[in-house]
Design a protein around this ligand. Structure first.
Ligand code: SIN
Length: 282
């Protein structure tokens, strides 16, 4: 197995691995690379849903939600992200991740790692970009670190309560159905410790964090705006152009990401996604 960094910010490509047949020593090497680079790219993988689930489950329990739209038939663990239409109806979530976020941070126990597998890619568009929130934290001024040390962000699933995120057009006429589901808000430290490395990250995102616990909007919103802008400085980021067969896995406690969309017709981007749960942020 060969591991080649993809940028100065984060990410590495792993060469010489077939994810359908890894033994424990190889798994340990992958795990180590994952902690070091936060995002791993495996090319030319051909994973059935079972194989995709089996690899994901080595990192933790898979998150499933009974009413999640667009899971694969008989596989509630696997969500389809796709712009393909069948009889005029979308086969998957079209614009998943269209604002900077870290997965499932609106949950009490958010996502540890996400595994996204490219079954089909468009010639143009559909990139995904990540930003390193370890580095975002590390590069804050000493005063800012002190100011936010004990603050907690309020994470909200419902886009209608977030002035920084619009309801996506796909779900606009059934927004109540999609966003009105009973998901309580989650309150997490704005500075969290990674469950394995112990490193601190700036654990907020414009898609999910709408306020700061115990702080009025006049103070909280400008502070959040400043931190959101800092989180996505160009030098913290890596942008991925997908190839057919890519399996990417990323570490949500230390990265935020965004789906760049802009798929040029008639391009089709069709992905399978699993997510595994992590720890309660602390
Ligand atoms: C996601 O945010 O889960 C998906 C991002 C993408 O499809 O590029």
């Amino acid at each position: 197995m060969k591991v080649t960094p993809l940028s100065d910010a984060l990410g590495a490509e792993v060469i010489g691995i077939d994810l359908t047949s890894i033994d424990d020593p190889v798994f340990d090497e992958i795990h180590e690379a994952f902690l070091e680079y936060q995002l791993l790219v495996f090319r030319d993988q051909d994973l059935t849903p079972d194989a995709h689930i089996a690899f994901s489950e080595r990192f933790g329990p898979i998150e499933t939600r009974p009413d999640r739209p667009f899971t694969l038939p008989n596989y509630p663990e696997v969500t389809v992200l796709s712009n393909r239409l069948v009889d005029g109806e979308p086969m998957g979530v079209i614009s998943a991740g269209d604002f900077w976020h870290t997965d499932l941070s609106f949950s009490e126990i958010p996502c540890r790692a996400t595994f996204l597998h490219a079954r089909e890619v468009a010639e143009e568009g559909g990139d995904t970009e990540w930003s390193n929130i370890y580095t975002a934290y590390d590069t804050l001024s000493a005063e800012m670190k002190e100011r936010i040390a004990d603050l907690k962000g309020i994470h909200v699933f419902d886009r209608r309560r977030n002035k920084r995120a619009q309801v996506d057009t796909q779900f606009a006429n059934k927004a109540d159905e999609v966003y009105g589901i009973p998901i309580p808000d989650a309150v997490h430290p704005m500075v969290r410790h990674h469950p394995e490395t112990g490193r601190k990250s700036l654990y907020i995102s414009p898609r999910f964090v709408v306020g700061i616990e115990g702080m009025g909007g006049d103070e909280a919103q400008p502070l959040l705006d400043e931190l959101f802008a800092h989180q996505i400085r160009a030098e913290f980021r890596y942008r991925h152009k997908w190839q057919h067969g890519d399996l990417l896995m990323w570490d949500n406690p230390c990265l935020i990401h965004i789906g760049r969309g802009a798929i040029k017709p008639p391009g089709i981007r069709h992905m399978h996604r699993t997510m595994v749960l992590g720890d309660r942020p602390h």
